[in-house]
Design a protein around this ligand. Structure first.
Ligand code: ADP
Ligand code: MG
Length: 240
C-alpha cells in the first residue's frame, strides 16, 4: 500500500534549512495497523503529512498503491487524497456552527452529492459511531470523545483505504482515549490500513506495529506477533 525509499525532507525558513526527515525507508502493507512514535519534533507529523499528500518531499520515492507520488499538481494530489485517504486530527477540525450530521456530510457536499443523499449516508456513518442521537447537536454540545468520533465518521464517508490520524487522542482523557481507540481498532479490523501518530503508550500498544522516529530517522520498530512484541533496531540508524 505504501512504499517509501530514502525519503528526505527539509523545511526552508529564514534561518538555516531544517533537515527534518533524513532517509526514511518504510513499507506498510494493506490492512496494517501502525503507529508512529517519537519525541516532539522528531518528524512524525511531517512523515504523516507526506504519506497523506498534504506535504511534499525533497528526494527519495513514495509509492501509494503502486503510483509514484512525486511532482503532482494540486488537482492530482487532491484526487489521490479523495480516493484513498481519511484524516483525523488532534483538534478534531469540526466546523463549530454546523451540527454533527452536516460535519460528517461535508466531504459529499464538495463532491456535489444531493443534500438528501448525503444526509442519509452521513447518518449511517454517525450511527456506526454510536452517535445517531447526536446528529443535530453542535460540536460544542458534545464531549471530546464524541467530537473525535464525528471526525472519524467524516473521514470514513468517502470510503478511504487508509486512515491517517495525528495524535487523535491528544486532547482526550484516558476513558475517551480508550473509546476512540476502540473505534480505530474496529475500522482496522474491517480492512482499513490505519496509521496513528502518537506519543501515548496506551495508543501505540493497541497497534500491531510501532515505527519509532528519532531526529528524522527510524531508530527501531516493534511488531506485535501473537501478543509478543519483537523490536528490530534499524541498522542504518547508528551509522548515520
Ligand atoms: P513531530 O510531529 O514529531 O512533533 P514535526 O514533523 O511536526 O514533528 O516537526 C519536525 C520539525 O520540523 C520540528 O522541528 C518542527 O518545528 C519543524 N517543522 C514542522 N513543520 C514545519 C514548517 N511548516 N515549517 C518549518 N518548520 C517546520
Ligand atoms: Mg506532530
Amino acid at each position: 500500500m505504501i512504499t517509501i525509499r530514502q525519503l528526505h525532507k527539509s523545511y526552508h525558513t529564514e534561518a538555516l534549512p531544517l533537515h527534518v526527515l533524513k532517509g526514511i525507508d518504510l513499507q506498510i502493507d494493506k490492512g496494517e495497523y501502525v503507529s508512529i512514535t517519537g519525541a516532539s519534533g522528531s518528524g512524525k507529523s511531517t512523515l504523516l503529512n507526506i504519506i497523506g499528500i498534504l506535504d511534499t518531499y525533497d528526494s527519495g520515492d513514495y509509492y501509494l498503491n503502486g503510483s509514484l507520488i512525486k511532482g503532482l499538481s494540486e488537482t492530482e494530489a487532491a484526487h489521490y487524497r479523495n480516493e484513498m485517504i481519511g484524516f483525523v486530527f488532534q483538534s478534531f477540525n469540526l466546523i463549530n456552527f454546523k451540527n454533527a450530521l452536516e460535519n460528517v456530510a461535508l466531504p459529499l457536499y464538495y463532491k456535489k452529492v444531493s443534500r438528501k443523499k448525503r444526509n442519509i449516508i452521513a447518518m449511517e456513518h454517525l450511527d456506526k459511531m454510536g452517535l445517531k442521537d447526536w446528529a443535530h447537536h453542535l460540536p460544542n454540545e458534545m464531549s471530546g470523545g464524541q467530537k473525535q468520533r464525528v471526525a472519524i465518521a467524516r473521514a470514513m464517508i468517502s470510503n478511504p483505504k487508509i486512515i491517517l490520524a495525528d495524535e487523535p487522542t491528544g486532547a482526550l482523557d484516558s476513558t475517551t482515549t480508550k473509546e476512540v481507540m476502540e473505534v480505530l481498532t474496529n475500522l482496522n479490523k474491517e480492512g482499513i490500513t490505519t496509521i496513528i501518530v502518537t506519543h501515548e503508550k496506551s495508543v501505540s500498544e493497541a497497534t500491531n506495529r510501532i515505527i519509532h522516529l528519532k531526529d528524522g530517522m527510524i531508530e527501531y520498530e516493534t511488531r506485535k506477533d501473537n501478543g509478543i512484541h519483537v523490536t528490530t533496531q534499524n541498522l542504518n540508524y547508528q551509522s548515520l
